[in-house]
Design a protein around this ligand. Sequence first.
Ligand SMILES: Cc1cc2nc3c(=O)[nH]c(=O)nc-3n(C[C@H](O)[C@H](O)[C@H](O)COP(=O)(O)OP(=O)(O)OC[C@H]3O[C@@H](n4cnc5c(N)ncnc54)[C@H](O)[C@@H]3O)c2cc1C
Length: 425
Amino acid sequence: MSLRRAQTVVVGGGVMGVAIAWHLARRANPITEPVVLIEKSALAAGSSGRSGAILRQHYSDRELAVMARDSLRVYAGLEARTGRSIGFQRTGVITLAGPERPETIALVQRNVAMQRSVGITTHLVDAAEIRELVPDIVIADGAVGAYEPDGGGVDPVRTVEVFATLAREAGGITRLGVKVEAFVVEGDRVIGVDTAEGRVLARDVIVATGPWTKPLLAQIGCDLPLSVVRPEQHFLALPRVATSAASDARARLEDSVLDRFGLAHEVLPPSAHPVILDLERGFYTRCEGHAGRTRVGRMDYAHDDEVPDPDAIDERVSSAYVEWARRELTARLPVYTDEDDVGSQVGLYTLTPDAQALIGRPRQWRGLILVSGFSGHGFKLAPSVGEGVAQLVHGEPVTAFDEAFFAPDRFAGRAHAAPTGAFGL
Ligand SMILES: Cc1cc2nc3c(=O)[nH]c(=O)nc-3n(C[C@H](O)[C@H](O)[C@H](O)COP(=O)(O)OP(=O)(O)OC[C@H]3O[C@@H](n4cnc5c(N)ncnc54)[C@H](O)[C@@H]3O)c2cc1C
């Protein structure tokens, strides 16, 4: 690497690293103080490339809902703004609670009230309205949903590539296939990184290395409360019955619900139903337009095996998981009963004790910014993280996220509780 001095080094080319590099590069002088992103493998090689990339605003914490709201605007408007597609699909999102668990219904009701108070378009819908939005769904009377018509998802790999391209176009430098081997330290300050291609000195080093963060930081005595697990994911073919006739019928039905809420009507892409976060049956599902498949994942971390070494993941998906995913999905949406299994995959979640990320400067080290531990729900937040970290680097008040909420030292001296509120719910 010929370059020896940078304004900022960003380590990691997942969605966080590229979003940060993009926001920083827009403000940097590319000649005198460039932003350099260093990725050991390829863009989106870690958690980001395997992400469900669901964009919902339904959170229990105001801090997260606000970030999801702001980031959704960036995702939804990116193509119009830059001419580059990230595969954005506005399918709507329904967070579903069943009548057997009144506490979950109360949570959804509370969340909707909080989200509406911060300007998020979301509505409580009853069982009849949910059946109009998803004609094939099997739900009990008394079920309640939170319906966000603006939510949906993106193609995660294309999104990471587009953010990296925008960073480069703004003068940022991306070095792929280059591993950060060690930090360069001077007293209590991190002043750069060492790679096989040489040393890069920088005013700030940002560590956005996802599942690899704990071992990397251990090198400088930083013991972070992070653990890595491997969630299993299963995919079915998109439902064939959603032909144009069926989607016309759905469009008519959806119209009536949307009219009731005074919303503009948009027809869902063929074969797509809204993203469903099923708090009753414990799964989430998304029709992935970019991949022509429907994803099924679990709504908790309890079944995910811990991964000692993210470079040696067991890629096998158990038959028990595949059976469970098919059973839960078809019980809710029988339209999938005759659809083929089209693949399975494991991913990597980097968990913290409270299932919220570590973002900011650890007290122990100057010149270092941590951005990790998104606990399986970070993709949708990346634009806000990018903007907020750029504000932090420039010594500005951070308005894009709540610094105290994500403070990396918040667990210091406290016993580590088991993760609660999986996925911020
Ligand atoms: C199966 C699955 C489903 C998900 N679904 C959703 C969802 O629907 N919605 C949502 O919002 N979020 C979702 N998430 C979570 C989201 O994808 C993650 O929070 C996010 O992708 C984390 O991005 P990251 O950049 O922090 O980490 P990563 O994407 O893991 O990136 C880290 C990068 O750092 C690089 N690296 C590591 N060490 C070094 C080194 N020493 N030198 C240089 N480079 C290094 C790695 O190669 C990697 O590319 C999901 C995650 C998974 C796994």
